[in-house]
Design a protein around this ligand. Structure first.
Ligand SMILES: [Fe+2]
Ligand SMILES: [Fe+2]
Length: 189
């Protein structure tokens, strides 16, 4: 029986949990949820895949970024001290459910073709981080600036800088990965 292929889009949809709102308070709350999701679910899962596929250094990178996502949640929480425990947004819930659905399938795919899964995970990580530092957090920063909330804007800027750094790490890891794949293919042929 053939298994459905796991595509980059499928993984991205799974992990790109976010819930935008025109209300900054709700937005911050929703993004504490997203950051904690990245910290506790998405990047640990990618690290697990990388370990299974035999790439411990990539697993370390995923875990390092996971740790920094927790920091983002803390910074956002400090900004809005009345947030409390954020409700798990619908999108996050959907992402967690989707992950549970693809997890068994992923384990089989990793066993069959570890490199394809790892490359896709890195591509998804780049997309998630780019979306955050190019689109999402700049729009929150600008919303805050428009209301003259400069301290809030500065916190968002700090998150933007950190997400940009994550995107750079993942882009570099992806390109090193692709180069090493090409080199090992050249050795085989
Ligand atoms: Fe983050
Ligand atoms: Fe990030």
């Amino acid at each position: 029986m053939s298994k459905p292929e796991i595509t980059e889009d499928m993984i991205f949809e799974c992990f790109a949990a976010a819930n935008m709102s025109s209300d900054l308070n709700q937005t911050a709350s929703s993004f504490v949820d997203v950051e904690e999701y990245e910290n506790a679910v998405m990047y640990p899962e990618f690290a697990r895949w990388a370990t299974k596929a035999g790439y411990p250094e990539l697993a370390t990178l995923f875990r390092k970024v996971a740790g920094e996502e927790k920091l983002h949640a803390i910074w956002l929480r400090e900004l809005y001290s009345d947030i409390g425990i954020p409700e798990c947004g619908q999108d996050t819930r959907r992402a967690i459910n989707a992950l549970e659905t693809i997890r068994a399938n992923c384990d089989e795919l990793i066993a069959m073709n570890p490199d394809a899964v790892i490359e896709k995970a890195l591509m998804v990580a780049v997309r998630v981080e780019e979306r955050e530092y190019i689109d999402i957090y700049p729009s929150f920063r600008d919303q805050a600036l428009a209301k003259d909330e400069h301290e809030t804007a500065a916190v968002y800027q700090r998150v933007i800088d950190s997400e940009q750094q994550h995107a750079e790490w993942f882009r570099e890891a992806l390109s090193n990965y692709q180069v090493s794949q090409l080199q090992s293919q050249a050795v085989i042929h």
